[in-house]
Design a protein around this ligand. Sequence first.
Ligand SMILES: NC(=O)c1ccc[n+]([C@@H]2O[C@H](COP(=O)([O-])OP(=O)(O)OC[C@H]3O[C@@H](n4cnc5c(N)ncnc54)[C@H](OP(=O)(O)O)[C@@H]3O)[C@@H](O)[C@H]2O)c1
Length: 279
Amino acid sequence: MRIAITGASGQLGGALAATLADGHDLILLGHDQIELGDPRVADQIAVTDADLVIHPAAYTNVDGCARDPERAYRVNALGTKYVAMACRRLDAPLVYISTNEIFAGDASRPYLEYDSAAPINTYGRSKWAGEQAVRELLRDFYIVRVAWLYGGERNFVRTVLRMAARPPAGGLLMVDDEVGSPTYGVDVAEGVARLIATGCYGTYHLVNSGACSRYAFCREILRQAGHADVPVAPIRLADYRRDSTPPPYTPLANIAAADLGVALRPWQEALAAYLATLA
Ligand SMILES: NC(=O)c1ccc[n+]([C@@H]2O[C@H](COP(=O)([O-])OP(=O)(O)OC[C@H]3O[C@@H](n4cnc5c(N)ncnc54)[C@H](OP(=O)(O)O)[C@@H]3O)[C@@H](O)[C@H]2O)c1
């Protein structure tokens, strides 16, 4: 299959390119080739002659989105609309990568694929608008929600390891009342590869199974990396000042993809696999 991938040099885009390189003809569209905020991106994608478009590119700086909502909407909402318009012209299905942050985070159980979206910050609203554009313009699409990704050059795991190498006086401070699904990008990429082979369009949650707080995630990273002695203290989300407000509780339940035989391993196992690549 001829597959175009946006954000190909990003964390997930890179993992998708590596996973799909075997057996597919890839067109890698990095930020140096396309600008999602420019309507002409639709023409650029339409001329690729792709059979399928995968769209992980986004303005992912959640605090930056809070400071610059117009940029967030231009890139994440309008940009996704242009990508969907290109798919219409190509008559090709689209895989749109979305986020746990489309949910409010006030549930008492993990979010199912069909729970109602109610984003509470600009990033989440812009990504939800991207989902809406896909649903309005296309018949053939996969919307794949992921969460708490790691695997690229800059991510939470690497930040914790860097801090552990030189712990600040008093130890690390980690939020204990933000809960989510830590997820290895390589596992998502493999899940997407298996999902597109099914031809079963729809909305999916592809995350490593299980959930934890940022504090528990940090403790597990330190434990597995042999730094269990580094002190970590729990703090409240309300005490961690930042421009964006994350939804506090957004574990994602995978029902729809699991029914097709696509489910990702527990987050602790995925973390171990990632740490092994850094060793
Ligand atoms: N990271 C997470 O924890 C997380 C959680 C839930 C959902 N997601 C979703 O998963 C997807 C992939 O995330 P990621 O962590 O792989 O993101 P990432 O590493 O930040 O990669 C995003 C890619 O998009 C490109 N990009 C940004 N703005 C662009 C623009 N205006 N035009 C064209 N390309 C642009 C970036 O290029 P430059 O770097 O050169 O700007 C980068 O290559 C995103 O859709 C995100 O919303 C991520």
